[in-house]
Design a protein around this ligand. Structure first.
Ligand code: ADP
Ligand code: MG
Length: 348
């Protein structure tokens, strides 16, 4: 459907591992002072002086985490970087370097890897990241891509999942549920395409949610905004698995409870209309959808005036004593326990 139709196919064997690495990394420019040595030696050398360093890794496996029939390789490269940057930002850190490791079968020509690195390089440029190393090897069938991100944060400014207190506000950036609904649309179109390969779907009415699925953006801007507002959240996590599991992580690690208000959850109009079309409850999607890469944080009540009215940050609830438990307060004012997956609407 969205498959790369580039007719030029240079077999990987034509370049060999070393020339392939050289080819894929020749455009890299380094911009961080902390990067002393990047690609080209046995290891990269970094110097962070007195900052705290954060390190995070994610592994993406074809057929498990992505499907190349609707995920263009350029987007996959971009997304693989984003999911790691998002983890750095969730620590209130600025990401500075990444390494990229790939295992690839010879079903992929050189041009496919150029596409993948096109997305990786675009992400690095836009988010000011130095690509400083990686590893390249072959696989028998699918594509595997692993990115490690390194970031820095001033000592004392790092934010863990464990710092939330009763009465803190629960705050989310952006809107949620879009990536999941984008996936539903893409999966549906894939089925249509199987039956009729000539179909040219008009996906313009789903453009926002498809972009949320294929080209998510990590919220570097939110970390910068918090610094500008002089707010250090008491706890923070990025939303990769859906609101309910992330809330549970914060509550368990912080030993607190939560009251989450259904009517406060920020949803894009396209999420609402697509949920109606698919006959899915939009709150269920927000709670269990995942892959939105927004930031979920708790903020002390005293910082409320600093975030009040900011269109990027929505207060969706507040933390309670652990004994009170974790609840969704529905539009009908029912209290429903929050569970990790499989939340069912009992409100109607
Ligand atoms: P080694 O034999 O020490 O593992 P490699 O030949 O694998 O060295 O890598 C040579 C250099 O190229 C190293 O700096 C490594 O970090 C970098 N590199 C290897 N593969 C990639 C890749 N896929 N993306 C970016 N850099 C890579
Ligand atoms: Mg190697």
């Amino acid at each position: 459907m969205l498959e790369d139709k580039n007719p030029q196919r240079t077999p990987l064997s034509e370049l060999g591992e070393f020339r392939l690495i050289e080819h894929l990394t020749e455009q890299i420019t380094l911009s961080h002072k902390s990067t002393i040595k990047g690609v080209g030696d046995d290891a990269a050398v970094l110097n962070f002086k007195s900052s705290r360093i954060v390190v995070t890794t994610d592994l993406l496996v074809e057929g498990i985490h992505f499907d190349l029939s609707y995920m263009p390789l350029k987007h996959l490269g971009y997304k693989a970087v984003m999911v790691n940057l998002s983890d750095c930002y969730a620590m209130n850190a600025m990401a500075t370097q990444i390494t990229v490791s790939i295992a690839v079968s010879n079903r992929f020509p050189v041009e496919a890897l150029e596409e993948l690195y096109g997305g990786i390089n675009t992400a690095c440029k836009l988010y000011n990241i130095d690509l400083v190393g990686g590893d390249t090897t072959s696989s028998t069938s699918g594509l595997i891509i692993s990115v490690t991100a390194i970031g820095e944060v001033k000592e004392g400014n790092e934010v863990f999942r464990s710092g939330a207190n009763p009465n803190d506000l629960l705050v989310v950036s952006g809107d949620i549920g879009g990536a999941y609904m984008g996936l539903q649309v893409l999966e549906r179109e894939k089925e249509v395409f199987k039956v009729n390969p000539n179909s040219q779907p008009d996906l313009s009415m789903y453009s926002y949610i498809i972009e949320r699925q294929l080209k998510p953006e990590a919220r570097k801007d939110i970390v910068e905004l918090l610094e500008k507002l002089e707010v250090i959240p008491t706890s923070m996590i990025d939303i990769s698995d859906g609101l309910s599991s992330e809330i549970i992580h914060i509550c368990k690690q912080s030993k607190v409870g939560v009251d989450l208000y259904e009517n406060k959850i920020p949803l894009d109009p396209q999420v609402i209309s697509t949920c109606e079309e698919f006959d899915i409850d939009s709150t269920t999607v927000a709670l269990n959808g995942g892959e939105d890469y927004e930031l979920l944080m708790t903020i002390s009540q005293k910082d409320y005036p600093k975030i009040k009215g900011n269109p990027n940050l929505t207060v969706i609830g507040y933390m309670t004593e652990k004994e009170t438990g974790m609840h969704l307060i529905t539009r009908a004012e029912q209290r429903i326990p929050i569970i990790a997956k499989g939340w069912n609407s009992l409100s109607d």
